[in-house]
Design a protein around this ligand. Structure first.
Ligand code: GLY
Length: 257
């Protein structure tokens, strides 16, 4: 039987000391962050994911965003090389988590790469060229996965932290996009669906079959997603967004036969 695993890590007590790039610092309500994370885990479970929790890491303020140190594909997990020292310290826990399930490859200096910059559409990976991911990182990723049949396309990102802050695959070759933050035309061969302009953070959505987990508070974008036939699950993520992360960054999804 196929196991559909979601690796997650609860927000640690130091989340208020998180890195911020495009956002001003706001107080993070830790209790609310924990409740929101519990609701996120519950949504993953309800949608058939086996939730595996990584050890809490109070010493790493951004460690709740488990997606960033890895790019997990069906055949391989490419351990990324975050652009900041603080986030590189999260790598060993992701290596330990993914190692039993996937062959591991690594991004080496001078490359930098963060999983939040990778939008996968089938065998095509659109990778943000951002303040966190550089061309050397993208080239190394391509060298690891092109032999497996993946295409890698670089997408300049200037308006937000990661490519996935402003764009997510929502199935059937469709990409949900906030074109104020990312260049929608970069998603060559995909149909782009705009978020409502008043709901900037709703472009970061987790796709699970015909279901999507979307940050709560984006009624107009959710209506667009429902009109496409998707089952929409809203989860409050305000405290994660204050830490400049959102729905996709909170989990690493793999399937295991
Ligand atoms: N706060 C998330 C990050 O900057 O990586």
């Amino acid at each position: 039987m196929t196991r559909h695993i979601a690796f997650v890590r609860r927000p640690g007590a130091s989340i208020g000391d998180c890195l911020l790039t495009h956002r001003d610092r706001e107080g993070i309500d830790l209790d609310l962050a924990r409740r929101q994370h519990a609701a996120y885990r519950e949504a993953l479970s309800r949608l058939g994911r086996e939730v595996i929790e990584l050890e809490e890491a109070d010493e790493h303020p951004d460690a709740v965003f488990v997606e960033d140190p890895v790019v997990a594909l069906d055949e391989i997990a490419v351990i990324a090389r975050p652009a900041t020292e603080s986030r590189r310290r999260e790598i060993p826990s992701l290596e330990a988590a993914l190692g039993p399930y996937r062959e591991l490859a690594h991004i080496a200096a001078p490359g930098t790469l963060e999983g939040g910059d990778v939008v996968r559409v089938g065998r095509r990976l659109f990778v943000g060229l951002s303040s966190r991911t550089n061309q050397a990182g993208i080239d190394q990723l391509r060298a690891h996965i092109a032999p497996l049949g993946y295409e890698v396309h670089a997408v300049p990102v200037t308006g937000c932290l990661h490519l996935k802050t402003g764009a997510s695959h929502i199935g059937h070759g469709r990409v949900l996009v906030n074109r104020d933050w990312v260049d929608a035309d970069a998603f060559v061969g995909c149909e782009t669906i705009d978020v409502d302009p008043s709901e900037a953070w709703s472009a970061n959505a987790v796709l699970l079959g015909e279901h999507v987990i979307v940050p709560a508070g984006a009624a107009k974008t959710c209506a667009r997603l429902r009109a496409l036939g998707l089952n929409v699950h809203e989860v409050g993520l305000s405290e994660m967004q204050k830490a400049e992360g959102s729905a996709t960054c909170l989990s690493v999804l793999i399937s295991v036969e």
